[in-house]
Design a protein around this ligand. Structure first.
Ligand code: ATP
Ligand code: MG
Length: 345
C-alpha cells in the first residue's frame, strides 16, 4: 500500500504537503531538471506531492493559440515521469480542470492592489520582456494571484521552485495573512519556497535564464545530435580567442553547465579545468566535448524512459491525479466559503 492509499483509506494526512508545477508552454528543459525536478523526485517520498500542469496560467500569455498549450500537457507529464516522478507518491493534475482554484483566485483578486502587483520584480521583468505596456492582458498581470490560489488551495507548506518564483511565494503568503486576518480564520497556510543548489540555470545564449519561450534551452527530450549542437553553440568568453589566452569562468555558459551537471566525483577535476582556463591553455572545444559527454550520459536513460511511455497510460495518470487534486481543493473551498460566510442554503 502506498502512502496515498493509506491517506485516502483513512482520510488522514500523514505527511506535509508540497505543491509545484510548470506551464505547458513547451517541453521541459535542463533548467527545470536542476532547478526543480531533481528536488521533486527527492522530496516526493517526504511530502504529499501535488504537481500542477498550469494550462490556465500558460494561457495568460498564449491565449491566442490554446491548442499549443493543450498539446504540451502530455509532453510535460512525460517529462515528469521520465525523470522519476512517481505517480504512487505524486499527484499530477491539470489546473483548468479544478474550477475551485479559479473561484479562490477570484476572492484573492480583492486582496491585492495594482500597486502591489506592479512591485513584483519577476512580473515587472516579464511584462517588459514581452513589450506589453498598456496592452498588458489582465490575466497576465494577475497570474501571481492565481498562483497563490494554486498553492494555498492544496494547503502546501513546501514549494520547490526556481529563483524567479520567490516573489510569487512572498505574494502568496501576503494573501494568506490578509485573508486569515480579514475573515478571522486560520484556514489558509503559509508556504515556504524550496530552492535547489542551481535555482537559475542560464540559457545557452548566456543572456537570460534557460526558458521554454526564449529558444535558449536544452530539452530533456532533445536527441543526442541536438544536445551536441546546442553545447557547441554555447556562449563562452568572447575574449578567449586563442587557446593560450586567459579565459573567464564567471559568466561562461559552459562552466555554468559543468557546475550544474558534474558529479561530485568530477568536482576536483572541474576545479583544475577552471584554474587552467583562467591561466590560459585550455580550449573551449575541450570543455564543450567534456560537457557534451556528461550530458549525453546523464540524459540518455531519461530520454529512453520517455520514449517508452504510452500516451494512454500517461493520460490515465493525469486523469486519476486530477480527480484526487479536485477532492482536496473542494475540501479547502468548503473552509474558505465558511470563513467568508458564503453559505446560503
Ligand atoms: P516559460 O518560458 O513558458 O515561462 P519556463 O522555462 O520559464 O517557461 P516555467 O514553466 O515558467 O518554465 O517554470 C516552471 C518552474 O521551473 C519554476 O519553478 C521555475 O522557477 C523553474 N525554472 C524555469 N526555468 C528555470 C531555469 N532556467 N533554472 C532554474 N529553474 C527554472
Ligand atoms: Mg517561466
Amino acid at each position: 500500500m502506498t502512502y496515498k492509499e493509506i491517506e485516502i483509506n483513512q482520510d488522514i494526512v500523514l505527511r506535509p504537503r508540497l505543491l509545484t508545477g510548470d506551464r505547458p508552454t513547451g517541453k521541459l528543459h535542463l533548467g527545470h531538471y536542476v532547478g526543480s525536478l531533481l528536488n521533486r523526485v527527492a522530496l516526493q517520498k517526504i511530502y504529499d506531492t501535488y504537481i500542477i500542469i498550469a494550462d490556465v496560467q500558460a494561457l495568460t500569455d498564449h491565449f491566442d493559440h490554446p491548442l499549443h498549450i493543450v498539446a504540451n500537457v502530455i509532453e510535460v507529464a512525460k517529462d515528469y515521469l521520465s525523470v522519476g516522478i512517481d505517480p504512487h507518491f505524486s499527484t499530477i493534475f491539470i489546473q483548468s480542470q479544478i474550477p475551485e482554484i479559479h473561484e479562490l483566485a477570484t476572492y484573492y483578486l480583492n486582496l491585492v492592489s495594482l500597486a502591489r502587483l506592479e512591485r513584483n520584480p519577476t512580473l515587472k521583468a516579464e511584462i517588459q520582456d514581452k513589450g506589453y505596456d498598456r496592452s498588458l492582458p489582465m490575466g497576465f498581470l494577475c497570474y501571481p494571484i492565481h498562483q497563490a490560489a494554486d498553492i494555498t488551495i492544496f494547503q502546501a507548506s513546501c514549494v520547490p521552485v526556481g529563483e524567479d518564483q520567490i516573489p510569487m511565494i512572498e505574494q502568496a503568503n501576503e494573501i494568506v495573512r490578509r485573508f486569515n486576518r480579514t475573515y478571522n480564520t486560520q484556514c489558509l497556510k503559509i508556504c515556504q519556497a524550496h530552492l535547489s543548489s542551481t535555482s537559475r540555470l542560464v540559457g545557452i545564449d548566456g543572456v537570460a535564464k534557460a526558458s521554454k519561450s526564449l529558444g535558449n534551452a536544452i530539452f530533456l527530450s532533445d536527441t543526442p545530435d541536438i544536445i551536441k549542437e546546442k553545447v557547441f553553440q554555447m556562449y563562452t568568453d568572447p575574449l578567449h580567442v586563442r587557446v593560450t589566452d586567459p579565459g573567464r569562468v564567471e559568466g561562461n555558459v559552459v562552466f555554468s553547465y559543468l557546475d550544474a551537471f558534474c558529479q561530485d566525483s568530477q568536482k576536483e577535476e572541474l576545479e583544475a579545468w577552471k584554474a587552467h582556463y583562467r591561466k590560459g591553455g585550455l580550449g573551449d572545444t575541450f570543455l564543450k566535448t567534456a560537457l557534451n559527454d556528461i550530458l549525453q550520459e546523464r540524459f540518455a536513460p531519461i530520454r529512453e524512459k520517455r520514449n517508452a511511455l504510452r500516451d494512454g497510460e500517461v493520460w490515465e495518470i493525469i486523469k486519476e491525479g486530477t480527480k484526487r487534486a479536485r477532492h482536496v481543493a473542494q475540501c479547502t473551498m468548503e473552509e474558505v466559503r465558511k470563513a467568508m460566510g458564503l453559505r446560503y442554503f
